[in-house]
Write a protein that binds this ligand. Structure first.
Ligand code: F0G
Length: 352
């Protein structure tokens, strides 16, 4: 039986005999070949579907490790700032470990599904008028003086847990891809993947990918080289103007001979619709930033024809039903009898 990341990758993680091996069977997510997009784009494209983690995002990988270490150190409560997914994961793993979760979120800027999760898992939810960056600053201050463990990705155990996704990709493909494309918000995940690829290569000789990270244009602090005071993007998950792991992300980019670039909301929405409609994978808008970036970098020649590319789909499309409903061309037809349905189907099938 699969028992989650702390058991699966125990020897590669900072686990001691006192670390509680908590689990919701996170990790072990599918690497899905995107057949239609591969043909269209002329590359060998895979999606690492992190939306199939227990709370629907990659955050579970880091959170299981961070919460386990917090409990090991005697914490009774954890705290995080979040654009939504971190709060869902923190709330779930806190419940699992028997501690209290405090989550601080930007008012009105978190997707509905994520808020519903934090509510259902029983977190103490605090909403602030500011953005994620301000929420992060507040929780860092609070964690300095209060008896609560900070579980944002500034906590190094988060990156330790998150690096396991790179291990899985190497195991699933048999080696590292040529390119790893990933959305960048607070920049923890790109840093964690790079750490994971390097460690796995050191152990198993699986080679190293080029890291291509993508920020949303309205929140592209690293690309522009300056803090963005008022970040804006439809992809609320990555609506972050002052990434905490900025330097680590730049190191991942430089060491891997990769790029950190930006994509517009229009490019994000295009990729978001395409991967669902063409390859049957529903991801949240923030996750589609990586695919939008792949499309952009094929056009610009930064990704070459025939290369093997893994795009990380960080969160499940079900997290954000509002964006799905408002961005798609909705064709729901009301019919009141079977004959009308039959005729509708005949007309449709005749055109296939
Ligand atoms: N994709 C999704 C779906 C996310 O929720 C996040 C970050 C990212 C990508 C970016 O990852 O921050 O490591 O660069 N979400 C955080 C949160 C900020 O609070 O849930 P990153």
């Amino acid at each position: 039986m699969y028992e989650g990341l702390l058991t699966r990758y125990k020897e590669y993680l900072p686990i001691t005999e006192n670390t509680p091996l908590i689990s919701l069977a996170e990790g072990n997510t599918p690497l899905i070949r995107l057949n239609s997009l591969s043909d269209e784009l002329g590359i060998n494209l895979y999606g690492k579907y992190e939306g199939l983690n227990p709370t629907g995002s990659f955050k579970d990988r880091g959170m299981v490790m961070a919460v386990a270490k917090a409990v090991e150190a005697g914490a009774k409560a954890i705290i995080c700032a979040s654009t939504g997914n971190t709060s869902a994961a923190a709330a779930a793993y806190a419940t699992r470990a028997g501690v209290k979760a405090y989550v601080v979120i930007p008012d009105g800027k978190i997707a509905l599904g994520k808020l519903a999760q934090a509510i259902m898992y029983g977190a103490d939810i605090i909403s602030i008028p500011g953005n994620f960056d301000e929420a992060l600053k507040a929780v860092r201050d609070i964690a300095n003086t209060e008896a609560v463990a900070l579980v944002n990705s500034v906590n190094p155990y988060r990156l330790e847990g998150q690096k396991t996704a790179a291990f899985e990709i190497c195991e699933q493909l048999g080696k590292a891809p040529d390119v790893l494309a990933i959305p960048v918000g607070n920049a923890g995940n790109i840093s964690a993947y790079w750490k994971g690829f390097k460690e796995w290569h050191d152990q198993k000789g699986t080679l190293l990918p080029r890291m291509h990270g993508f920020e949303a244009e309205g929140a592209a602090a690293i690309v522009r080289g300056e803090v963005i005071e008022q970040p804006e993007t439809i992809a609320t998950a990555i609506r972050i103007g002052n990434p905490a792991s900025w330097k680590l992300a730049e190191a991942a980019r430089d060491e891997s001979h990769g790029y950190i670039d930006s994509v517009t909301d229009e490019e994000i929405l295009n990729a978001y619709r395409k991967v669902a409609a063409q390859d049957g994978v529903f991801v949240e808008p923030g996750s589609a930033a990586s695919l939008a970036g792949v499309i952009k970098h094929i056009a610009s020649g930064q990704i070459k024809p025939g290369e093997t590319v893994v795009t990380v789909f960080t969160g499940n499309g079900l997290k954000d039903p509002d964006t799905a409903m408002s961005s798609a061309d909705i064709k729901i037809q009301k019919m009141d009898d079977v004959e009308a349905m039959r005729q509708h189907l005949r007309d449709g099938v005749a055109q296939l």
